[in-house]
Design a protein around this ligand. Structure first.
Ligand code: GDP
Ligand code: IMO
Ligand code: MG
Length: 424
């Protein structure tokens, strides 16, 4: 069986955790490939309700091995805590594997994330404060420390010493804060290394072998396409690629082995943090959606900005990801709205455009052009077959499919694993 990628189609929080948990029941491997504990994936299943930040959402599946891929940046303290919490709820984490190539989030990354945000003043990105940007910056600057290095205590102390000399110079001379202690970090991370040692391994071979044996490998996205550093609303983006392309790089999977690419889209849009959001709503409808859907960040608790479905961003996302199908989540949230809007174009400098501009100054000027549809005004949460959905709900979905040129194979009508419509 080939590999399947589950990708956030919008600005994150589309419901990837729910969909991966569902699909993982049949999977042999579930691998996270990007981001770190900036991600917050909510799962409601027979084990209970969970908010996972690093552990893949396949951890609940009876047969699946969960891999934290090389493309992820790992805060070991967060990972160990998450594993402990899962164990306390009776979830087995012995089948978790951490790529030896995955980079670590270090104490200076956490500090610098906050200090750099402060320097951005009114232009702050609104990061999650988890050290993500600084950790990926070190990865590409070749000053990162990888999980596998912790297994070789002597060598990694020397690397840490060189890196910390430089980081401490930045902390003290640029930001005017106290330096960090080499001994403290070394001892703390050596302890993490000892606890994580049984989980840290080479991972590309096992993914390849699973595929050779015809087993299902599921790649779990974090964030969403519009937060991609190349194709999202740069610089208001995250620092690793949440795209299908990123799913290959973040696991070592060859692109020709990926043949099912599922884009997850909310039936509307949300965004948390700064940056342009053309269909953003303010006022009553925004509040209604936010409270009904509890649109507050899973990782930071910040209120999510809410807006209408943006089919221009949706088509951009579908194009750069090559989605073979989409999953529409949170359809039930719209059950109470008498009228719905879908953005079908932008007006920019007196011209109609049908693509997502690269430059945020242009995106900020884009006025959405809306199409209005009537709402269905009836509950959908208990429906399990597409044909049973109210006609207007089906028409809404069919219009989204048409606009983003992709079939909706999965429709989610509630947070629970069971509250899902799978179309044949
Ligand atoms: P992720 O980061 O993409 O995994 O998404 P989050 O977990 O951050 O946010 C999605 C939220 O929507 C969570 O609270 C889920 O429990 C919830 N959710 C997922 N699918 C549905 C759905 O179809 N309907 C409703 N009402 N909630 C959903
Ligand atoms: P999941 O996987 C929503 C946003 C942050 C901020 C920007 C940069 O749950 O969908 P970072 O900490 O990555 O440097 O922050 O990206 N962001 C997310 N928004 N869902 C996420 O993950 C996010 N991960 C990062 O809010 O705007
Ligand atoms: Mg989330």
């Amino acid at each position: 069986m080939p590999a399947t990628a589950v990708i956030g189609g919008q600005w994150g929080d589309e419901g990837k955790g729910k969909i991966v948990d569902l699909l993982a029941q049949e999977a042999h491997i579930v691998a996270r490939f990007s981001g770190g504990d900036n991600a917050g994936h909510t799962i409601i299943n027979p084990f209970g309700e969970f908010r996972l930040h690093l552990v893949p959402s396949g951890i609940f599946a009876p047969r699946a091995t969960s891999i934290i891929g090389n493309g992820v940046v790992i805060n070991p303290a967060v990972l160990l805590d998450e594993m402990d919490q899962l164990n306390q709820h009776g979830v087995d984490t012995t089948r978790l594997i951490v790529s030896d190539r995955a980079h670590l989030i270090m104490p200076y990354h956490l500090l610098l994330d906050g200090l750099e945000e402060k320097l951005r003043a009114g232009k702050a990105i609104g990061t999650t404060g988890k050290g993500i940007g600084p950790a990926y910056a070190d990865k590409v600057a070749r000053t990162g420390i990888r999980a596998g290095e912790l297994l070789d205590k002597e060598t990694w102390r020397e690397r840490l010493r060189c890196i910390l000399d430089y980081k401490n110079a930045i902390l003290t001379k640029v930001h005017g804060v106290s330096p960090l202690s080499l001994d403290e970090i070394y001892e703390q991370y050596s302890r993490y290394g000892e606890r994580l040692a049984p989980y840290i391994r080479e991972t590309t071979v096992m993914i390849d072998e699973a595929l050779n044996q015809g087993k299902l490998v599921l790649l779990e996205g974090a964030q969403g396409a519009m937060l991609d550093p190349d194709f999202g609303t740069y610089p208001y983006t995250t620092s690793s690629s949440p795209l299908t392309g990123g799913s290959c790089l973040g696991t070592g999977l060859a692109p020709n082995r990926l043949d099912r690419m599922i884009g997850i889209f909310k039936a509307y849009c949300t965004r948390v943090g700064g940056g342009p959001f053309p269909t953003e709503l303010h006022g009553e409808t925004c509040e209604l959606i936010r409270e009904r859907a509890h649109e507050y960040g899973t990782t930071t608790g910040r209120p999510r900005r809410c807006g209408w479905f943006d089919a221009i961003a949706g088509r951009h996302s579908s194009r750069i990801n090559g989605f073979t199908e989409v999953a529409i989540t949170r359809l039930d949230v719209l059950d109470i709205l008498p009228r719905l809007k879908i953005c079908i174009g932008y007006r920019l400098d007196e011209q109609d455009i049908d693509y997502f501009p690269a430059n945020i100054a242009a995106v900020e000027k884009c006025q959405p052009v809306y199409e209005e549809l009537e709402g269905w005004l009836s509950p959908t949460s208990d429906i399990r077959e597409f044909q049973q959905l109210p006609l207007k709900a089906r028409q809404y979905i069919e219009r989204l499919e048409e606009l983003i040129s992709c079939r909706a194979g999965i429709i989610s009508v509630g947070a629970d694993r069971e509250q899902t419509i799978i179309r044949p």
